[in-house]
Design a protein around this ligand. Structure first.
Ligand code: SF4
Ligand code: SF4
Length: 492
């Protein structure tokens, strides 16, 4: 019996692990995993299996009734300014008004000079405004640095730009909603659909379709009011609103970043390979749902969401939240990017899973050690209650400062915490075996041994080394692939 129903004991585990444990010593697993992971044929995710082959972790024994995030008070919806992109956007617009008028605020001014809600927010969160100022100044320096580095990172820049371009401008797909959900989610809907045989049929069909569109992982969750952003609704603007009654279920999809560039973060990676794929997958799901007679709205990266993705994906049984604040899945680890489609199609929800990621994170802390900004907590347990839940949360401002610091092109980012996570390993057989065995081990002994091997076999540059000189050396977690090295193809 696995962790999900907590009935396993040491004897059972030894029995289960005996399936393979007799054949492989722990060091053999780690060593074989390391070398097998270098094999390109073990890359997993989009493009590898159109029919769901990559969602191959058996979740059934790990299904639990209650999600692994812990309720610690009354749930509160995330407010408009609690999203860093919204509050930074507000500050940028004050500094650079769109109508070309004089700035309404500058870096030389303080919190008391900000308008109403922004002032209230930054008074409540001292230090965050100073960190914004630091990030802004670093961003200016980053632009200057880029002149120096852009030949070296030409291919990485081109690769990132190619991925982000289909998501920009008037032709972006899916199109941004232009109306309230009650109108836009029903636009173009087939008004005479066939009768669905059952919600179970609906779930199986939509999962299959999502896989054919390129989703590596698919799960279905109920739409809970507490995961809806508050204060802004796409198609309406700034507003307070309740959950639209037709948002009954969310089809949540996950895909990985391309593996070789992920490992070469921060400077060779991009977020947009996964983001653009997710836009296509969710957008196509929206079109498909409307054609068969159901309301649909896609929620896609980088910021076109009306719902918070990680808890929704936890509810959908895709994974658990890690110390780095993001979703970790058995198949893709922290290399999981998310989108969702809300719909009124009758569907069967999945149950959450518990494979012991929280317990592993208590010991591991590799992401906190490697984070160049110090944004990730080292505390054994999540120290904060966030809007009614005790859970990990990174320091968003510190993280954003690093996005504006590392020698990377636009669109910027870091993603070191995704790359270094031991769960972010390709799905070769040895890693699959290790993940299964760890999930079945209630003693924690297996994960401790695997963690020791991880630290032994993988090199970590050190948090500061990811920064440009003079603070660091533009280090990357693992060597970039040849196809992203400009010097392999061009004379510099
Ligand atoms: S993206 Fe980089 S800076 Fe941000 S939390 Fe992860 S490792 Fe830290
Ligand atoms: S690196 Fe370690 S501590 Fe961080 S999220 Fe991954 S497993 Fe958890």
């Amino acid at each position: 019996m696995p962790k999900g129903n907590k009935k396993i004991n040491r004897r059972d585990f030894i029995k289960y692990s005996g399936i393979a444990g007799a054949a492989l010593t722990l060091s053999g697993i780690a060593g074989a995993g390391y070398f097998a992971g270098k094999d390109k044929s073990t890359h997993t995710g989009w493009g590898k299996g159109a029919y769901g082959e990559n969602q191959d972790f058996n979740r059934t024994p790990f299904r639990v009734n209650n999600p692994t995030y812990k309720k610690a008070g009354k749930p509160v919806r995330i407010g408009y300014l609690e999203n860093i992109f919204n509050r930074n956007g507000e500050l940028y617009r004050l500094m650079h008004p769109r109508d070309g008028s004089n700035p309404k605020w500058s870096l030389q001014q303080g919190v008391d000079d900000l308008p109403g809600d922004l002032k209230k927010f930054y008074k409540k969160h001292p230090g965050r405004l100073d960190e914004f100022k630091k990030a802004y100044r670093r961003g200016r320096q980053q632009k200057k640095n880029w002149e120096k580095y852009k030949d070296q990172y030409l291919l990485a820049d081109a690769w990132s730009a190619a991925h982000s371009s289909p998501m920009r401008g008037r032709e972006a797909f899916p199109a941004e909603p232009q109306d309230a959900p009650e109108k836009s989610d029903f636009k173009g809907i087939n008004t005479k659909p066939c009768q669905l045989k059952s919600p179970g049929h609906g779930s199986r069909l939509m999962k299959k379709i999502a896989h054919t569109f390129g989703a590596t992982l698919v799960g279905i969750a109920p739409v809970k009011e507490e995961w809806l952003y508050q204060g802004y609704l796409r198609g309406v603007g700034k507003t307070r609103y309740e959950k639209p009654p037709h948002w009954k279920h969310a089809i949540v999809v996950g895909i990985p970043h391309e593996w070789e560039s992920l490992y070469a973060n921060p400077v060779y990676g991009t977020s947009y390979d996964a983001y653009s794929m997710l836009n296509f997958i969710a957008g196509k799901l929206e079109v498909f749902l409307k054609h068969i007679g159901y309301a649909a709205r896609s929620h896609v990266p980088p910021t076109d969401y009306d719902l918070v993705m990680p808890p929704l994906a936890i509810d959908a049984g895709l994974g658990e939240q890690g110390r780095n604040g993001i979703l970790i899945t058995p198949e893709l680890g922290a290399n999981t990017r998310l989108a969702a489609v809300t719909t009124n199609m009758p569907l069967e929800n999945d149950k959450p899973i518990d494979i012991g990621i929280k317990e592993f994170c208590e010991k591991c802390k590799i992401c906190a050690e490697q984070c160049p900004s110090g944004a990730i907590s080292f505390d054994k347990q999540p120290p904060q209650v966030i809007r009614g839940y005790r859970r990990w949360e990174i320091n968003q401002e510190k993280c954003f400062t690093i996005w504006n610091t590392v020698a990377t092109s636009h669109p910027r980012g870091c993603r070191v915490c995704l790359a270094v996570c031991p769960y972010s390993r390709k799905n070769n057989w040895i890693h699959k075996l290790a993940k299964q065995m760890d999930a079945y081990d209630p003693t924690g002994a297996f994960s401790s041994a695997m963690l020791a091997m991880q630290k032994q076999f993988f090199d970590y540059p050190g948090a500061q080394e990811y920064l440009p000189p003079p603070d660091g050396s533009n280090a990357v977690y693992q060597e970039p692939p040849d196809w992203l090295k400009t010097e392999e193809w061009f004379d510099l």
